[in-house]
Design a protein around this ligand. Sequence first.
Ligand code: SAH
Length: 440
Amino acid sequence: MRSVAFHTLGCKVNQYDTQAMREALTEDYRIVSSEEGADIYIINTCTVTNRADQKSRQQIRNIIRKNPEALVAVIGCYAQRFPQKIAEIQGVDLILGNGEKIGITSFLNGGEKNSRSEIFVKNIDSYSRYDTLSVSKHHSHTRAFVKIQDGCQNYCSYCIIPYVRGKERSRPLENILEEIGGLVRNGFKEIVFTGIRLGSWGQDLNGRTLNHTVQGEVALAILLERVSGIEGLKRIRLSSIEPRDLNEELIDRIAQLPKVCPHLHIPLQSGDNKILKAMNRPYDTFYYRDLIEKIREKMKGVAITTDIMVGFPGEEKEEFENTYDFAKKMKFSKMHVFKYSPRPGTSAAQLKRRVGEQEIKKRSERLLGLSLKMQEEFSRLFLGKTLEILVEKRRRNNYLAGLTDNYIKVAFNGPENLVNKIVRVKIGEIKKGYVIGRLA
Ligand code: SAH
């Protein structure tokens, strides 16, 4: 049997896709870690920013340098976008797009190495149905990602993703339930719903796999209700969801479901209305603030996390300060900060009034500082309280660590056999950003 090793760059969807490809190959190949050395390397790439492109290329070159004899296959978003650029790298054998992930077995063709690189990248817009590869486990042993849809048709002016992930395609309900059932039987207590635009789930399924017509955003509520019924599953977490994809009814219904974690990641991008408009984001700060207020009213102890982009063209000092102040008011419990990176082919890439690199760096650092502060402030709200933790792993100094449903990472002393159990921990102190508790 030939051996295969995977490398993954980028988002949770990519991590899920890698896991699914890994499982699709287990019958015919031996799956190994990169360090063991493999006959075949599959690199699942990312192209969200220029830096992601660079990292993808670096990874490809590194692997070729260390394993000149191996078959090297490059797949995923960067390959979908720039197959020719990858073909220019000496030593790449196979270049596959996102649509080719499902057929990975046939493309590898037993792992025979070719003399020159072959490109198989189909136009991603030709896919109008969700193609299924499924998973039964995940590399972390407690939380598993479950992909429920692919694609995005929002076309934010800065974003390349719609061009590499294609149309919004929802995974059929029964298929999702089946996968989660299997994961729970394999011991997983928490699943994380992932997708490129989670909130669009169900819109293309009307009448087909759901036996009644689904009205817009409420589809997601139906899915969450059905998944909540799975016995043995303890927690359902949503990864990122767009502000416009949350409405009052959806929030109301989610709030009724105890298994759905009080943690929502809602990308804001900017706290300035002019910039939001230029980004083609379909909301303003008033809408966003109202939304957060409604969520906080309905979900007690909810953690709201977000993505913010700095240095979008035309973001002057004033617009940035608006973002900073707005973020502070929103009391996020964490922010992911992205530095704007012009993506060829997007409309924002044409915009003048670019912000300088040094200035972008400074703004990013200020927001990251604010994020740390807000994170600590959020944790402080729970000092002295007893919270449930899903124990993930043992860390140094005998500490165990795990996450609360509202995404606070807590370290505490306890025996190894608590890993993958849900335990009650009293929050005792916060030291240098670490939240420390004691078994209750
Ligand atoms: N719509 C997705 C976001 C996908 S990409 C969601 O629901 O979460 C994740 C993040 O990458 C975005 O939130 C954005 O902040 C960042 N990003 C996307 N395009 C970018 C670009 N051109 N430059 C810098 N950051 C970008």
